[in-house]
Write a protein that binds this ligand. Structure first.
Ligand code: AHG
Ligand code: MN
Ligand code: MN
Length: 342
């Protein structure tokens, strides 16, 4: 039964080990780090699949650093990732959307040369209604090569172009892991019967233009003029049949980016009159997604600059984001700039 779009039967661990073998200086440490991380994803895939049966739905009493009510699954995912990653000896520090400050490696464990930043559970508002949610992550090399000292804020505030690897898991109708280490984007699908992520799409390429835009239109009354002009343009029928565009918005960035990667089009979370830098977080959301989108041939910008060129100034910094098919992103930027220069 030809159910895979690739002829090779290969697990994520094998894939990462093979990529590592291409680098003459590779020690295998990175493969081990990823192996630990995919254990956390396997556990989360299981727990999300059973949510409703196990006791992970609903909210806690806590409000996070972003002022949002924390869901129980947010905390659970954060803990699972921490417990999978704290003792491996590969990391010097971590940072998570669900933690206020840096997450240090406990003093009883060795520190290593990598840095992990993550959004443990993306799409919190969709958890309780069985709509796709995900986990987003990026890995950097530590700045200070002295492996005996703890990692620092500087390690977590590196510009996105320095990412060594990034990916997301989407807990959808199946669980998929979309991953890049700067050598294209590969998609792995979790087979729960054997407990493995198997390669199902190799070197995925985003279409140069799509016919779908993805944005929270409920905020349209607060948008800047350029955004209104751009979306009005997308909705105006054209003689060549390229417009009008369709609107799709899950409200889980992972799911909206995943669809954009496959079908093309544009995903946006712009600034508006009440959120001057939009909503999405540069370190945990925009940078890893920008790396993946670019590696698939797309573009990602804050409206003025390439997302991956921005140097974060704080862990939880937010930035406007426009990402997807290159022709769509270029067109969007033209509208944004035209309105700014009027
Ligand atoms: P998180 O659940 O990690 O807080 O992220 C939610 C984000 C992102 O997934 C999504 O694109 C966006 O919030 C949706 O925001 P709106 O509900 O404002 O559209
Ligand atoms: Mn998120
Ligand atoms: Mn989150």
């Amino acid at each position: 039964m030809p159910f895979l779009s690739t002829s090779k039967l290969i697990t994520i661990e094998r894939h990462i080990a093979e990529e590592g073998a291409l680098h003459p200086k590779a020690t295998g440490e990175f493969s081990h780090l990823l192996r630990d991380f995919t254990l956390a994803l396997r556990i989360l895939a299981r727990d999300v699949r059973r949510s409703g049966l196990n006791d992970v739905l609903g909210v806690t009493e806590d409000v996070n650093v972003h002022g949002e009510r924390v869901k129980r699954l947010d905390i659970h995912a954060n803990e699972v990732i921490f417990r999978a990653m704290d003792h491996g000896g590969h990391l010097c520090v971590m940072a998570s959307e669900e933690a206020d400050g840096l997450i240090p490696i406990p003093p009883e464990y060795r520190t290593g040369k990598y840095v992990l930043v993550f959004d443990p559970l993306d799409g919190s508002s969709n958890i309780d209604v069985n709509v796709s949610i995900g986990t987003i992550f990026s890995i950097y090399k530590r700045v200070d090569p002295d492996l005996t000292t703890p990692g620092s804020l500087e390690d977590c505030l590196q510009p996105g172009w320095k990412q060594v690897a990034a990916g997301y898991a989407m807990y959808g109708s199946s669980t998929q892991l979309v991953y890049t280490s700067g050598n294209g984007v590969d998609v792995f699908t979790f087979d729960p019967t054997i407990g493995e992520f198997l390669l199902t799409f190799e070197k995925i390429k985003i279409p140069s233009r799509g016919k779908i835009y993805s944005v929270n239109s409920g905020n349209a009354y607060k948008w800047p003029q350029g955004m209104r002009d751009y979306v009005s343009h997308l909705l105006r029928p054209s003689d060549d049949g390229m417009r009008p565009y369709s609107l799709r918005y899950v409200g889980t960035m992972v799911a909206d980016i995943h669809r954009t990667l496959h079908y093309g089009g544009i995903f946006m979370y712009p600034s508006d009159s009440s959120m001057s830098t939009g909503k999405l977080r540069l370190v945990y959301e925009c940078n890893p997604m920008a790396f993946i989108i670019e590696q698939a041939g797309g573009k990602a910008t804050d409206g003025h600059r390439r997302i991956l060129d921005l140097t974060p100034t704080s862990l939880h910094q937010r930035v406007p984001c426009f990402m997807g098919s290159p022709d769509d992103v270029d067109e969007c930027v033209r509208f944004l700039h035209a309105a700014e220069h009027q």
